[in-house]
Design a protein around this ligand. Structure first.
Ligand SMILES: Cc1cc2nc3c(=O)[nH]c(=O)nc-3n(C[C@H](O)[C@H](O)[C@H](O)COP(=O)(O)OP(=O)(O)OC[C@H]3O[C@@H](n4cnc5c(N)ncnc54)[C@H](O)[C@@H]3O)c2cc1C
Length: 487
């Protein structure tokens, strides 16, 4: 049995960011459990051709760890993975990592007021638990009749099978979301043909940017102040983007016009353009960035099937529109199970309820981080913590800072969220989201819980607004003693 003050579960950006925040707050008594063999989360698991961030690299990293060596405006996935490994070393976290150590269950021990976490190598007892298990972690496999009859290579974009050479093969790709727009242009270069199944097109705006030169990288390394200024400028650009994503009529109309002009400039065929034009409000689904997707789809290398994949009959893919397409390999770029996280089934709080049961109507929290009925428990990048307009890392940093601050105030006691604080925070989110395109834009998006129709994934504001909201959390969100402790 291992005894620690804080057990962090997950070693992606959130887990590493949390561990760094604890260390900087002078806390040493923690471990980071990671079920995989290395850190990196998203950037370890997603290795498909073309994988990259779609937020500028200099904003998609920790403020305390600027990286002068990014290869370009949008870093490749392998670079981001390597960056996270370097942060682990720079922060001296290596000896805190417990790799290949999944949290199998976590129970609140009411008598001793500690958490017990089951792992394959024994039980860990912790005063506090930070769930940093991710939200785009579990591939969503579509329920398509006959999928198991497909005779060729078949895998999800987040579990790319590098043993399979797709060069010269006819490849089916299902989905036209964020991963597909990156991987389709790459596949189109080498596959014999790509058949792309599109249930619903995305709004796509120009990506721009490009590679950094050696001179750029030398300049960044020689003058760290320049990276700080660049990050600040990218932060402001991101915050300004919020208006167009959240339904400001003027900003959304301008951004939509830019997207339509981009489509028109890159796709000559009016019928194909029509098939690629969304019929829902700009911002309703994640707006994608690509300069290569439309040209690839417009080329002879790709056939767009403007219809969902309905069924599979051996090598024959049958679309919902009845068309049939024979392929040799099939890639599911179908996204992730986002609203119902498997980790929630593993955690039992003080009323004997699992987190999944508490969240049966969709995720709820106070400060997007703490949950009533789950003492001394923190969830990073979970309920209402993701962004459609800027870098997730900014939110993770705010949540980690809040968690470290609250743990400081804990002073050995138990933090119990007042259910009224959670419910008031949920009402704030509902009110802020009510008239946004995420709720009213006429699309089905992964920000909204399908059971309650409530916005549960996305934070419906700017990063500045999140920071300000967390700054207003003065401790009154926790129950006073004897139920909890005054903080
Ligand atoms: C292809 C792709 C591209 C993206 N691009 C961007 C982008 O450009 N900008 C942006 O802001 N966001 C982007 N995202 C979102 C991205 O997920 C976040 O930015 C960020 O990486 C999430 O970090 P995380 O630590 O919260 O989660 P993850 O990176 O998913 O890490 C969670 C970790 O927890 C581990 N874990 C889960 N359950 C357990 C358990 N029971 N026990 C032990 N370990 C466990 C997992 O193995 C994983 O390592 C992208 C996502 C994907 C999939």
């Amino acid at each position: 049995m291992t005894r620690v003050e804080v057990a962090i579960v997950g070693a992606g950006f959130a887990g590493i960011g949390m561990a760094s925040a604890l260390r900087r707050a002078g806390r040493e008594d923690f471990v980071v459990l990671e079920r995989a063999a290395s850190v990196g989360g998203t950037w370890r698991d997603n290795t498909y051709p073309g994988v990259a961030c779609d937020v500028p690299s200099h904003l998609y990293g920790f403020a305390a760890h600027p990286n002068p060596t990014w290869s370009g405006t949008y870093a490749r996935g392998d670079e981001i993975h390597a960056y996270l490994e370097r942060v682990v070393d720079a922060e001296g976290l290596r000896d805190r990592l417990r790799l290949r150590t999944a949290m199998q269950w976590a129970d609140w021990d009411a008598e001793h007021e500690v958490w017990h976490l089951g792992t394959p190598s024994g039980v860990i007892v912790a005063d506090a638990v930070v769930l940093a298990c991710g939200r785009l972690t579990e591939p969503s496999i579509p329920d398509v009749a006959g999928l198991a009859t497909f005779p060729g290579p078949l895998f999800h974009s987040a579990r790319w099978d590098h043993d399979v050479d797709l060069a010269g093969l006819r490849v089916g790709v299902v989905g036209t979301g964020a991963s597909a727009v990156q991987l389709v242009p790459e596949l189109a270069r080498t596959a014999a043909h790509v058949t792309l199944f599109q249930r619903s097109p995305a709004w796509i705006v120009p990506r721009g940017g490009g590679p950094y030169t050696d001179a750029d990288r030398e300049r960044f390394a020689a003058a760290p102040g320049e990276l700080t200024r660049l990050r600040a400028a990218l932060y402001s650009e991101g915050e300004a983007r919020f208006a167009s994503r959240s339904g400001d009529a003027v900003a959304a109309a301008r951004a939509q016009a830019e997207a339509l002009a981009h489509l028109e400039a890159q796709v000559a065929d009016p019928a194909l353009r029509a098939a690629l034009t969304p019929d829902y409000a700009f911002g309703c689904k994640r707006v994608l960035l690509s300069d290569e997707f439309y040209p690839a789809v417009a080329s002879d290398a790709v056939t767009l099937v403007p219809s969902a994949l309905h069924s599979v009959e051996g090598p024959m893919l049958v679309a919902a529109d009845g068309t049939r397409h024979e392929v040799d390999a099939l890639v599911l770029a179908t996204g992730f199970a986002s609203t119902q996280q498997p980790y929630a089934d593993l955690v039992i709080g003080e009323h004997g309820q699992t987190l999944a049961q508490h969240w049966s109507g969709g995720m709820t929290s106070f400060a997007s981080t703490v949950v009533a009925g789950f003492p001394n428990l923190f969830v990073l990048n979970g309920p209402n913590a993701s962004l459609g307009h800027s870098s997730s890392v900014l939110m993770i940093e705010e949540q980690a800072a809040y968690t470290a601050r609250v743990l400081d105030r804990r002073a050995g006691g138990v933090l119990r969220v007042d259910p009224r604080a959670e419910s008031a925070y949920t009402d704030e989110i509902v009110a802020a989201a009510a008239s946004t395109p995420w709720m009213t834009g006429g699309c089905r998006n992964w920000y909204v819980d399908e059971r309650s129709g409530r916005l549960t994934l996305l934070w419906p504001g700017t990063v500045d607004a999140f920071r300000a909201r967390l700054a207003r959390a003065d401790g009154s969100e926790f129950l006073p003693a004897p139920e909890g402790i005054p903080v």
